[in-house]
Structure formats: structure tokens, C-alpha cells
Design a protein. Sequence first.
Lengths: 164, 163
Amino acid sequence: MPRRTVVFITVLAVLTAGAWYVLRSGDEGAPIRRRLQQFVDDVNRGATDSRSPETRAAHFGSYFTDDVEIDLGRGATLIKGRDTLVAMTGRLQPRIAAFSIRFEDIAVTVASGGQSADVHLTAEFVNRKAPGERSLDAREFTIDMRREGEEWRMRRVAAVETLK
Amino acid sequence: MSLIRRLVFGTNPRRTVVRVLVLAAISFVIFRFVLIPIRTEGSSMLPTYGPDQLRLVNLFAYRWSVPARGDIVAIEMAGPHVLYVKRVIGLPGERVSVMEGAVRINGNPLAEPYVKHRNAWDVPEVTLGPAEYFVIGDNRGMSVADHDFGRVDLPRILGKVVF
């Protein structure tokens, strides 16, 4: 291979790696994205693991603050408090297990001080049993996240009316 | 040069590689920034579009013009990876309602030859704002509660579904 080509490829590789490092290290939202992905993985694991329902419910609750509010939009009752949410999730477990969720287009804005963040995303609900994992529905959400110790937790989840 | 190698790379491999790279670059630009491919889901646009169909959205359709009545448009949710596909029926400033399944614009019935199934939907009249469009699916045979439709702001309209 000609020397010029080797130099060109080397410079390109170094620049790409440098750009990747700078972009990654400057992404304040990365821990929040990871946290949301953990939440998705946990929800999608559903009732298939060996944990007891109580352990699973308690773990599910750890993604939310004590005073969490869930507003699913027009016609839905506002869900207030982690205990209420965990109890509801336990009751709905068989139905929840029938589908999985995916988060797409996650935009994170961390507030100055790094203790809270606004997240905007689309949640896609997928029927696990349909061939090709067919999408059931998709909804846009805003999530207000708070940092409690080392953990990011959801403080308020609100559905956005894309079509009003 | 073996026959297979000649068929794959041509008589001038260097030129073939350049052609492949140029073609790949052009395809990347077109399908990333001009015509984005989407896969349709759901039944709200039946019979015009069914589920699991590949369509293209022209991102430049509304750069120098605005959506027209009857256009099928792609609407952004939180970003460009999950979209609504709906038909524009109401334009800015218009009054839109649905009575017994028939769409009315400023009180006059709208001819909709693309609607093949129609239930007796009733939607109260709304007046669209200066940058609002009223969008709805073609499948009016489904329950109104299961069908997402309504007003959408122009910046959310990503482009026009063209194929």
C-alpha cells in the first residue's frame, strides 16, 4: 500500500476517534439515556425472570421518585405516588407482559447544577406475540427526571398530544 | 482474471470501486436527507396504505410550499424515527367538523373519494390556527376512539409521503 494512503487512513482514524471521544465525553445526557434503557430492559424482561413479584415491583419502583406523577393524557386519571404506581403495575402484570416497549428519539436537557433533567421521547409499544413484533401504538412523552444520590429517577411523566 | 472476478469487479477494478463508492454516497445522501424510507404500521390509512408497506417521505416537499388538502404527510412525534402518516383535510384558518362520518370544511361537505369505509363519526367543530392543519386517516370504518387524528402544527409536518 502506498505510504500516502497509509498516512491518510491513519489521520482519518485518529480524527474519527478524537471526534467520537469529544462527542461522547460532552454528552451530559448519557447517564440518563442509560437509566432509561435499563428501565426499558426491565419492563421488557417482564415476568420471565426468577424474581418474586414483590422484588420485581420494588425494583420497578426504584425508577421513580416517591412523589412521581404519571399523566397519560386526555381521559386518563393522574397517577400520583410511587406506591400507587407499583400497586397498579402489579395488578396489570399479565397485560403488561403481552407487549414490550421501545424508546426512540430520546432528547435530554440537563438543567444547570446537574440535579434535574427534561427528557422528550417517543415510546413505542410492540406486541410480542404478533409476527414480526408488530407495533401496537406510539406515544410522545416528556419526562421530568431528578437525581437522587447516584440514581436518576422519573419525577413526572406526561403524555404529549401530538395531534390535538 | 477469472470469470467471476471479472463479473464482480469488471475489467477495471479501480474504476468499479470508485463507481460503487459514488453510488453508495449518492444513495446515502438521498435516503438520509431527501427521501427517507418508512415502514407503515397499523390500519388507520386503509385502504390507501396498509401495514408493513415501504413508503418514501419527501423531506423537501414543504421547503418552498405548504401542505395542500389531500396530501398524505408524515408527522413527527419526538423525532424522525416514529411518525404518524395522515391525510391533510383542513388548512389554516378553516373550520373543520365531522357529522355522521362526513367531513365538513367551513360548513360545506368535503368530497373524499379515498374513503371507502365510513362509520357515523361525530367530531365537534374546531377552528384551525394560522399554522395548524387538520389531519386524519383514510380508514373511517374503525372506531373513532381507536383513530388518532386532529390538529397539528406545521413544524411537526416532516414531509410528504410520495410513493
